[in-house]
Design a protein around this ligand. Structure first.
Ligand code: 2BA
Length: 109
């Protein structure tokens, strides 16, 4: 058995939930925050049998899109309190960041 941790954009989370339910793949959704953009994203926790991991990864890959997002870096102030202008930079986010981990034991009581 494996544990998938899939970090996806909020915009893709409802569709991904539906696709996982349709495929009879159980998941838990967590509201999370990206460390870089400091904006919300969604993390899916999926416990799944080894042989179904490729199926789950395919659903995640096909459902989650990469998008361009702009972020404004914080204004830099030096010791003289002079500030330098900061301009928005464009970053590509997603489709999905997925970790696949072994599970030692799985219980449903
Ligand atoms: P954020 O940390 O908010 O990052 C959003 C996007 O900003 C990233 O997209 C990446 O394109 C860019 N980015 C992140 N850190 C950067 C840096 N130091 N310099 C320049 N650009 C940077 P993704 O790579 O698709 O990541 C989407 C979200 O997945 C991340 O949101 C974070 O919540 C999570 N994530 C990505 N890699 C991770 C990792 N190794 N460990 C834990 N979470 C991760």
């Amino acid at each position: 058995m494996k544990l998938l941790l899939a970090i996806v954009q909020d915009k893709d989370s409802n569709l991904l939930s539906s696709e996982l339910i349709d495929a009879n793949i159980r998941a838990t959704k967590l509201s999370t925050t990206g460390g870089f953009l400091k904006s919300g994203n969604t993390t899916f926790i999926v416990g799944i049998e080894d042989e179904r991991v490729p199926e789950a990864l395919k659903i995640i890959e096909e459902t989650c899109q990469a998008r361009e997002q702009f972020m404004t870096p914080p204004i830099n102030m030096d010791a003289t309190m002079d500030s330098s202008m900061s301009y928005p930079i464009e970053v590509q986010v997603g489709g999905a960041t997925v970790f696949v981990m072994p599970i030692e034991q799985f219980h449903r009581f």
